[in-house]
Design a protein around this ligand. Structure first.
Ligand code: PXP
Length: 239
């Protein structure tokens, strides 16, 4: 049975739009766990555009399932991870101007550097997941660097236009899963998955965990909207 891990970055994105205190990703994480999430994910970006150091610290104290810290493979983040000790670190590429993580980590081109980061984290007892494109070369490089898990980037599948392209991207993911299995890696997947495009993954039972954020936050805003308006209307009507 696969597991769902919920990324709470976009709850923090809404908070940061007003630089205020709500909505709090901590509360969202607690609710996600109560609702069945088996892991909480947050990405501490170098520019702190959504999750900040306080969120990470308090999530470490309050998450009861498994805290997965996404981060760039840079010295500052390694230092923070060694101090916070998340249950898992996922190394992702990071560009300042991107809207969200674009493409997987180019492990094949940065083997030496990624290898050192994996080694520092693993020797502190923190397992490492590498977020890679569904490519054989990247998966083999992830193995070579001593990664415990590969998270396969599903963005191209999610953004595919039309059935033909979606099928061919899904086929690439299936082949990548096979390579990862043969390499003895554990497998998760994520990026751009939603309530429709996730259904196809029933065909790949080897994927142990799905990392999903945006579609859940987007749905929460819509399905919770009427209730939130009703509560405010009742307050105002009582004047
Ligand atoms: N996995 C990784 C490595 C990511 O960077 C993200 C986006 O923050 C996700 C999964 C979740 O993607 P989405 O928000 O599109 O569900």
């Amino acid at each position: 049975m696969a597991r769902l891990a919920v990324n709470v970055d976009h709850v923090a994105t809404i908070r940061q739009a007003r630089r205020t205190i709500e909505p709090d990703p901590l509360l969202a994480a607690g609710i996600a766990e109560l609702a069945g999430a088996e892991g909480i994910i947050c990405h501490l970006r170098e520019d702190r555009r959504h999750i900040n150091d306080r969120d990470l610290r308090l999530l470490r104290e309050t998450v009861k399932t498994k805290l997965n810290m996404e981060m760039a493979a840079v010295g500052e983040m390694v230092g923070i991870a060694l101090e916070i000790k998340p249950d898992l670190v996922t190394l992702v590429p990071e560009k300042r101007m991107e809207l969200t993580t674009e493409g997987g980590l180019d492990v094949a081109a940065r083997t030496g550097e990624i290898d050192k980061v994996c080694e520092r984290l693993r020797s502190a007892g923190i397992p490492v997941s590498l977020f890679v494109d569904p490519s054989e070369a990247q998966i083999r490089a992830a193995r070579q660097c001593g990664g415990d898990i590969v998270e396969i980037h599903t963005g191209r599948y999610a953004e595919a236009r039309g059935e033909k392209e979606a099928s061919s991207e899904f086929e690439r993911i299936s082949r990548a899963v096979q390579v990862a299995l043969e390499a003895g890696l554990r497998i998760s997947a994520g990026h751009g998955l939603n309530y429709v495009n996730i259904k196809r993954f029933k065909a790949i039972p080897a994927i142990e965990e799905y990392s999903i954020g945006h579609s859940i936050v987007a749905r929460a805003v819509i399905v919770g909207f009427a209730k939130a308006v009703r509560t405010m209307a009742e307050l105002v009507e009582g004047f």
